[in-house]
Design a protein around this ligand. Structure first.
Ligand code: NAD
Ligand code: DAU
Length: 333
């Protein structure tokens, strides 16, 4: 199989390429990545001789058309992915997440190529802390931020291309990922690298917000299950019952680093901050037989801390710039 992976130099995409190269020797991987601030060629260094890397933009229609015409399937990870950035400057989110998806949809339509669309649970908005329901495949879309609105929009374009043009496509909406190669702008790597630097972790608002954490390898195994056995036109929710509030994540990290439980700062909250995400992955488990392998968040977190300790040369070049950007909007309260 000739597989085009967009965004393969990013966090989840790079982990997906590693997993694919090591478990599926029959798959020829081509990565298309614009190497934005979030893309890092080093994340693919150990598999560089096993893949083809194309430096380019998913919104570049002639390039995408050419690459898709030479592929049997596409997995589309490339996106502007950070909520805080989307609040500061939404425009790149429309360009990449909406127009980039459009360009891929047009190409898979004209070449009859199988398409898998990577999306997020954030398209469903948020839940109250005491709401007994969780997101399912039929939950109505209700995005809150420019990022989640752009992802919701791209999902709806996929659905429209399935219905109106008959493309062979699936969508997966996953909860918050953690693991190696995640950019230091994101919550868990930001706090781990702060702690390595002896800086106090920073918690938005009151830290009550809940995220449904899943290890990136479990996410990517589910993506392959959907690619292999998912029904065209369908959506699959991916989550590993990992609901944890942000304060608890910080407490676990402080303990891992041997720091005092109150050794962190509350900072200004994110505008429009979604309170809680929670995924019901029954369909994925029952129809496709997927189960998570990382069931213990604490040990997954410890392994992730080790990875950042061992790979400082990977994250160090981004750290100071990210913190300077945060300090422009963030105040200790
Ligand atoms: P990331 O920001 O780490 O990586 C994004 C990658 O896309 C980078 O390599 C970047 O260079 C590339 N890219 C950005 N714009 C591009 C463009 N115009 N053309 C080509 N490449 C471009 O993101 P991530 O966290 O790995 O997320 C990957 C996908 O998974 C996204 O679609 C995101 O919405 C989705 N998702 C992420 C999470 C999560 O917890 N991180 C959860 C669910 C879904
Ligand atoms: O739910 C899936 C989504 O998860 C993905 O679609 C996004 O691409 C991904 O970035 C992630 O979005 P979040 O906004 O949930 O992730 P983030 O890592 O930015 O923040 C996680 C939580 O931690 C959130 O409640 C905000 C909070 N936070 C974040 C940072 C960076 C803090 O309290 N302090 C921080 O310094």
């Amino acid at each position: 199989m000739r597989l085009l992976v967009t965004g393969g130099a990013g966090f989840i995409g790079a982990n997906f390429v590693h997993q694919t190269v090591s478990t599926r020797p029959d798959v020829e991987v081509t990565v298309l990545d614009a190497l934005t601030y979030a893309g890092n060629r080093q994340s693919l260094a150990s598999v560089e001789d096993r893949i083809t890397f194309v430096h380019g933009n998913v919104a570049d229609e002639p390039l995408v058309d050419d690459l898709v015409s030479r592929s049997d399937a596409v997995v589309h990870f490339a996106a502007e992915s950070h909520n805080d950035n989307s609040l500061a400057d939404p425009e790149p989110f429309l360009r990449t997440n909406v127009m980039g998806t459009f360009s891929l949809l047009q190409a898979v339509r004209s070449h009859g190529v199988r398409y898998h669309h990577i999306s997020t649970d954030e398209v469903y908005g948020d839940l109250e802390l005491d709401d007994p329901t969780r997101f399912t495949e039929t939950t109505p879309y209700n995005p809150s931020s420019p990022y989640s609105a752009s992802k919701a929009s791209s999902d709806l374009f996929v659905r429209a291309w399935v219905r109106s043009f008959g493309i062979a496509a699936t969508i997966s909406n996953c909860s918050n990922n953690y693991g190696p190669y995640q950019h230091v702008e994101k919550f868990i790597p930001r706090q781990i690298t702060n702690l390595i630097d002896g800086v106090r972790p920073r918690l938005y608002g009151e830290g009550r917000n809940v995220r449904d954490w899943i290890h990136v390898e479990d996410h990517n195994r589910a993506v392959w299950d959907v690619m292999d056995r998912g029904k065209s036109g369908e959506t699959y929710l991916i989550g590993a019952d990992g609901e944890t509030d942000n304060r608890t994540v910080i407490a676990a990290l402080l303990e891992i680093f041997g720091r005092k439980p109150d050794d962190f700062d509350f900072v200004t909250d994110r505008p429009g901050h979604d309170l809680r995400y929670a995924i019901d992955s029954t369909r994925l488990q029952q129809e496709l037989g997927w189960t998570p392998q990382y069931r213990d968040f604490r040990s997954g977190l410890e392994a992730t801390v080790e990875w950042y300790r061992d790979n400082e040369q990977w994250w160090r070049p981004q750290k100071a710039g990210v913190e300077t950007q945060y300090s422009a909007s963030e105040k200790v309260v």
